[in-house]
Design a protein around this ligand. Structure first.
Ligand SMILES: Nc1ncnc2c1ncn2[C@@H]1O[C@H](COP(=O)(O)OP(=O)(O)OP(=O)(O)O)[C@@H](O)[C@H]1O
Ligand SMILES: [Mg+2]
Length: 375
């Protein structure tokens, strides 16, 4: 057993989730890993705005990206420090940090055929500030091998949540939604299935001044607008055959505004929110029914698991399945992704592949990550 730290900051741009975990290489089931400490740090508004700006074309991007990567890593380092203090450990006792960085562009297999995925991150600075080995840039090798570079969490979902004799699925509702299919027999599959929280968050921010719609209470006051829902569901990405992944490159304010402009009449803001929640629920539920109709249990992780309205809509569309938070299977929703990056750091240090080619579409299993030694 060795100790690893996993740091995840996802497309929601809400902040960083960090776990310190004891991992047993190769072991399966909830006992194979033990979370010793969890820490969350929100992004200051100014950093969130800078990172959001870097998601689209802008002026002097290289300069702004480099400085944003430094600012991000200073927050990562504070989380590492807090995790160590919380568990009275010193840096030398931690084998490695797996740090995701901040995705600002995700365009695998595009342009020149290889494309790229870009997670802002200054691994050298994190190694310098933390005194711990850092593994980062965990997606690029999979993209180089012809894959999507995403999702990377299915391998951990499999190790944690697969159940003998039962088809299980895991839905991570971060900024983007991604599904992992864990059949009782057969290979693990996984893919991005739709927008998760990203569109609901931006609408809530724009019209309510809140970073997100707490528990989905605002959405619950609105009516679903069918023509708008149909318009959203007509997005070709939803019909694309996996492997597939997406990000803010697609599901962003411009995308939503174009759909709204296509409506014959103005839609009330609460009704838009209700329709966006329905869109996220339908995108996930429809994909699950299409790709894994025999699933009996859907575990939901990511911050969307706290959106009671969204969880209810999912359950409504999946009447034959038990829909429950990952907490019921032993791991709180915000710890799952962070734990995945601790797990990927562990895979890197033992030179084990971290990707599942059946999920990402890569030409084969690959050791994922770039390494910045502590000393
Ligand atoms: N109490 C809550 N009610 C409703 N939504 C919530 C609540 N708490 C968190 N969320 C949603 O969860 C989001 C954050 O989730 P999470 O951190 O899993 O996403 P992420 O950072 O985008 O991660 P990733 O992209 O890796 O999945 C918030 O932006 C918000 O939309
Ligand atoms: Mg987050």
């Amino acid at each position: 057993m060795s100790l690893f730290i996993g740091l995840m900051s996802g497309t929601s741009l809400d902040g960083v989730d960090g776990v310190l975990a004891e991992l047993d290489p190769g072991a399966r089931g909830p006992n194979a890993m033990r979370v010793l400490a969890y820490r969350q740090a929100g992004f200051p508004d100014e950093l969130r705005a800078r990172l959001l700006r870097l998601n689209s074309r802008g002026d002097d991007e290289l300069h702004h990206a480099a400085l944003a990567a430094n600012a991000l890593v200073r927050i990562y380092a504070e989380v590492v420090d807090a995790l160590l203090r919380q568990s009275t450990l010193i840096p030398a006792q931690v084998r490695a940090i797996g740090a995701h960085g901040q995705t600002v562009r995700h365009r695998p297999q595009e342009f020149d055929g290889t494309g790229y995925t870009l997670q802002l991150m200054n691994g050298a600075l994190l190694a310098e500030l933390s005194g711990i080995d850092v593994v980062c840039d965990l997606r690029s090798r999979d993209v180089a091998a012809g894959g999507q570079g995403a999702p990377l969490v299915p391998a951990l979902h499999d190790a944690l949540f697969a159940m003998p004799g039962e088809d299980v699925a895991v839905l991570n509702l971060g900024g983007i939604g991604n599904l992992t299919l864990l059949p009782a027999e057969g290979v693990v599959r996984g893919f991005d299935c739709g927008p998760g929280n990203a569109l609901m968050d931006l609408w809530s921010q724009r019209h309510q001044g809140h970073a997100y719609d707490a528990q989905g209470r605002w959405a619950a006051t609105g009516q679903i607008v069918m023509p708008l829902l149909q318009r959203l569901l007509s997005e070709p990405f939803l019909r694309r055959v996996p492997p597939k992944s997406t990000g803010r490159d697609l599901f962003n304010a411009a995308w939503l505004d174009t759909a709204l402009q296509d409506m014959a009449t103005t839609v009330a803001t609460a009704d838009v929110q209700a329709t966006l929640a329905e869109f996220s629920a339908r995108a996930a539920a429809d994909a699950l029914k299409l790709h894994a109709p025999r699933t009996r249990r859907l575990l939901v992780c990511g911050g969307g698991a706290f959106n009671d309205h969204l969880m209810q809509r999912l359950a409504t569309h999946l009447p034959d399945m038990v829909v429950a938070s990952s907490a019921l299977a032993g791991v709180p929703p915000l710890q799952v992704e962070a734990l995945a990056f601790a797990w990927l750091a562990q895979a890197f240090v033992s030179r084990q592949p971290g990707n599942l080619p059946a999920v990402t579409g890569a030409r084969g299993p690959r050791v994922l990550g770039a390494f910045y030694p502590a000393s």
